[in-house]
Design a protein around this ligand. Structure first.
Ligand code: DX5
Ligand code: ZN
Length: 213
């Protein structure tokens, strides 16, 4: 079944604990945590101290998406704050393999992301190391954008790579996912759907999550 990972970037930060409890009781399995540094992407969000406060409140899978340059510098902090999955960007790490290996050495899941215009062929080299591959379906940096249709081919590529290499990594699609395009994205091979605005801007979180599956 498709896993839903609501992105707290679109939540009401003044009531973050309640927002997380609400998406959990609405049936979301993962919590997507977008960390932005204002350098790799043109936006700043929040860091480990913010989601560390949520860790004691719920047992959801913390799916931490690092949009920061040279993420290896902060892996210890993000693990200590309670991450279960850490995603780093291919474009942001000078030593991608070393970064993924370092994440795995901490006993959590390692995931690699590519931006919409990055060739998915770069993923081949890391298929053996990835517990998850994140395909950006918008340019990283902001919630509330429209899915770029061409990125569905990148999901398809990751899916064919998984088959070809007999790998077990999950495929996560991130950006602009709505009830209207969720079917296409899932059919292309995505197992985990990130949903920021389509969940947190909805009146009824459960109806919004159900509509994505
Ligand atoms: C964009 C983030 C996404 C984003 C998703 O840089 O990685 O996770 O918050 O939000 P929506 O679903 O609104 O596109
Ligand atoms: Zn994200």
């Amino acid at each position: 079944m498709t896993v839903i990972s609501p992105s707290i970037l679109s939540a009401n930060f003044s009531r973050l604990g309640e927002e997380v409890a609400a998406v959990k009781s609405a049936g979301a399995e993962y919590l997507h945590i977008d960390v932005m540094d204002g350098a790799f992407v043109p936006n700043i969000s929040f860091g480990a101290p913010v989601y560390r406060c949520l860790r004691g409140l719920c047992d959801m899978v913390f799916d931490v998406h690092l949009m920061i340059n040279e993420p290896i510098r902060y892996i210890d902090d993000f693990v200590a704050a309670g991450a279960n999955i850490i995603t780093v960007h291919y474009e942001a790490a000078s030593n991608v393999r070393g970064t993924l290996e370092y994440i795995k050495s901490k006993g959590i899941s390692a995931s690699l992301a590519i931006k919409p215009k990055t060739s998915p062929l770069v993923l081949d080299e890391f298929a053996d190391l990835c517990d998850m591959i994140l395909i950006m379906t918008v340019e990283p940096g902001f919630g509330g954008q429209k899915l770029i249709p061409e990125t569905v081919d990148n999901i398809k590529y990751a899916s064919s790579l998984r088959e070809r290499t007999k790998s077990k990594f999950l495929i996560e699609a991130d950006g602009g996912i709505t009830p209207e395009n969720a079917k296409v994205v899932s059919a292309a091979g995505a197992d985990v759907l990130v949903a920021g605005s389509s969940v947190f801007k909805a009146k009824d979180y459960k109806a919004a999550i159900d509509a994505l599956r």
